[in-house]
Design a protein around this ligand. Structure first.
Ligand code: SF4
Length: 207
């Protein structure tokens, strides 16, 4: 832990891009111990279908409420962008770049000095690619990227999410990852049930 750097983060402010509630649990706790209160930012146009986008958002909203943190969100929803990759594999690099750029831009707009992402806790993500996308986005928007590595705390974060009763997703996010998931049937049943409920907020298609 770098105390001088943490002082700087406290002074300049931190935006924490959050892919979902469960992945945000441990990073929030880590920053709480370090005396840092991040602003959470849900910017995930990769998450499909809309019901899943909303379920993850609502879990994060609940977490922000119980941890008393501010939460902003980007309404961008990129199903068509992802569908254009049909037959070309999963566009993970594009996915990281889009999300890290959204986050860096938001941190700049909020006049925060630092940003990072809860994606850095997942052992299932391409860690180095996220770090690379974060660094590039930081340079582009003039905000410092924090290259955290919380991967060894992934299980602890999941345990905290279970304890808080958060929705825990069954696939990475895009339609391709849903199709490949061992839990596809269960996830789709959950989407159908969720669609029967009033949904807030409305995601908006990416141009
Ligand atoms: S698998 Fe995950 S990281 Fe890759 S494109 Fe799909 S949602 Fe994005």
């Amino acid at each position: 832990m770098d105390m001088i750097k943490d002082d700087l983060i406290r002074e300049s402010g931190l935006l924490l891009h959050a892919c979902c509630g469960p992945c945000a649990e441990y990073p929030i706790e880590d920053y709480r111990i370090r005396g840092i209160r991040p602003i959470l930012y849900y910017a995930n146009p990769n998450i499909h279908p809309e019901a899943e986008w909303q379920k993850r958002f609502e879990a994060l909203e609940y977490l922000a409420r119980i941890r008393q943190l501010d939460l902003h969100y980007s309404p961008l929803y990129g199903e068509q962008v992802w569908r254009a990759y049909r037959g070309r594999g999963k566009p993970c690099m594009l996915c990281y770049r889009l999300r890290m750029e959204e986050a860096a831009k938001k941190a700049r707009d909020l006049a925060l000095g630092f940003f990072t992402s809860t994606l850095l806790i997942s052992p299932y993500q391409k860690h180095e690619a996220i770090q690379q996308a974060g660094r590039a986005a930081g340079q582009k928007y003039g905000v410092e990227w924090l290259g955290e590595d919380w991967r060894k705390f992934f299980r602890e974060g999941q345990r905290m999410a279970r304890e808080d009763g958060l929705y825990r997703q069954k696939y990475c996010g895009c339609l391709y990852s849903l199709r490949e998931s061992d839990f596809r049937e269960k996830a789709e049943k959950g989407h159908a049930e969720f669609e029967a409920l009033p949904a807030t907020p409305e995601p908006q298609a990416m141009k």
